[in-house]
Design a protein around this ligand. Structure first.
Ligand SMILES: Cc1cc2nc3c(=O)[nH]c(=O)nc-3n(C[C@H](O)[C@H](O)[C@H](O)COP(=O)(O)OP(=O)(O)OC[C@H]3O[C@@H](n4cnc5c(N)ncnc54)[C@H](O)[C@@H]3O)c2cc1C
Length: 412
């Protein structure tokens, strides 16, 4: 993938220098070299999936070549370079009957995802990906290479797992993996034009599920007049229910959902089947070609009928500017519990995550404030820590993310 854009073609980087290191030592050398400039600026990118703005000068560190993955089956852990994508981790872990806390799309990088929370297919069972990071190797803003875990630099470790991408350049992560070889999973596709009540059926079924069930409902919509879209997408208004059941015994849960949809008069196509964990990307089947999009994520304590109906009404094809996906993900389960080692990932009281993703038409690429870039308060922006980090402050980057300015060591 191209370092300037990565997966997200919108608002590309335009750095003075691009470094593609293979080791932490090379990352540290790049940081120290940039620090010798009068106004040092550094951005780090693995896949670019979460890029929210492009840097205009300075050094871009492209970690994508740091993608070594090794599994220790005896401790059920994986150590992966910061440029590894979940597809690589899933493939290596699967050889030992193990699975990571990957999300809907295996092309996402382990770094941005795990440092900012990470809601995975197994997260209702085992928690956010951040909660299951056991150790990180990181190049801090002074150019030093440090380890952060429960024993070494514990304050930095606390902050990394949740507010992650603002504290330095992570070079590798050690994370838990879990003994899951396959799930019962797939999607159910419903035409909302003929079955507008299907969203409520999913909502009622979803909240009754235990933590072995991951489920999401994605509303796909596109204007009839969108000439830049293929014909099959124009005027689409679909509900796609995705699920992955990782329990040991299946008690007809998917059948009960299908039965409730039939009882509500919905017509649908279902592809639910046993899926090896390494192929769970097929459940959401998201496109793996780089493209241009705007997205925003937020959280709801509850998803009521009224909200569900409003989202469906608001996403009608004549009301969206371009191809739009509104993804609703059931949270709860282990994500509603405090992690074993405290961290900075967001709160535990949310019932659902809502993600808006709008594919930006070709003509507006590069214009991050263009009319079809709805919800331009982008998700993924590094957050300030919510508590004083004490001695850590000397390592706390005020900014590594280009949008917020320049590399610098905060002193207070
Ligand atoms: C198709 C798709 C599906 C998704 N599905 C899910 C899902 O199911 N669950 C979920 O929780 N999220 C999901 N996401 C969101 C995804 O987790 C974020 O976009 C995440 O930031 C991507 O991480 P990345 O490393 O691949 O991206 P990048 O854009 O490379 O990085 C994202 C952020 O992390 C920082 N960063 C990257 N590498 C490092 C590093 N080594 N050290 C420090 N900071 C670093 C970057 O500077 C940037 O701020 C999805 C995104 C897409 C595009």
């Amino acid at each position: 993938m191209n370092s300037i854009t990565g997966f997200q073609l919108d608002h590309p980087h335009s750095p003075d220098r691009i470094v593609s290191p293979l080791t932490a030592v090379e990352v540290a050398a790049a940081v120290r070299s940039e620090l010798s400039f009068r106004s040092p600026q550094i951005a780090v990118q693995s896949t670019g999936h979460g890029r929210t703005s492009g840097m205009r000068s300075g050094t871009l560190i492209d970690t994508s070549r740091m993608n070594d993955v090794s599994v220790d089956p005896s401790t059920r852990t994986v150590t992966a370079g910061a440029g590894a994508r979940f597809a690589e981790v899933m493939a290596v872990a699967a050889r030992h009957g193990l699975a990571p806390l990957s999300g809907s799309f295996p092309g996402v990088g382990i770094a941005g995802y795990s440092l900012s929370g990470g809601v995975g297919l197994l997260s209702r069972k085992y928690g956010f990906a951040s909660d299951n990071v056991l150790s990180a190797e990181i190049v801090t803003p002074d150019g030093g290479i440090r380890t952060a875990n429960a024993h070494e630099n514990p304050e930095l470790f606390w902050a990394l797992r949740g507010a992650g991408s603002n504290f330095g350049i992570v070079t590798s992560l050690t994370m838990r993996v879990f003994p899951i070889e396959e799930v019962l999973g797939g999607s159910i596709v419903i035409d909302l034009r003929s079955s507008p009540g299907a969203g409520q059926v999913w909502r009622e079924w979803a909240v009754k599920q235990d933590r072995d069930m991951m489920t999401a409902a994605s509303i796909f919509s596109a204007p009839t007049s969108a000439a830049d879209l293929p014909a099959f997408l124009r005027g689409i208004h679909q509900l796609r229910i995705q699920l992955a059941w990782s329990g040991t015994t299946e008690f007809g849960r998917a059948e009960r959902l299908e039965g409730a949809l039939l009882a509500a008069g919905a017509e649908f196509e279902s592809s639910i089947d046993v899926v090896p964990f390494a192929r769970t990307g097929e459940i959401f089947a998201e496109p793996d070609e780089p493209h241009s999009y705007g997205s925003e994520a937020f959280f709801l304590r509850e998803l009521g009928d009224q909200t569900m109906m409003s989202l469906i009404a608001a996403s009608a094809p004549n009301r969206v500017p371009s191809f739009t996906v509104i993804g609703l993900r059931l949270l709860g389960g282990a994500m509603a519990e405090a992690p074993e080692t405290a961290n900075e990932r967001p709160g535990t009281s949310w019932g659902h995550m809502v993600v808006f993703r709008i594919v930006t038409p070709e003509r507006e690429r590069g214009d991050s404030t263009g009319p079809s870039c709805l919800h331009c308060r982008r998700a993924g922006r590094p957050r300030e820590p919510t508590r004083d980090l004490g001695p850590l402050t000397q390592f706390h980057l005020s900014v590594l993310e280009p949008r917020r300015g320049r590399l610098g060591v905060r002193t207070r």
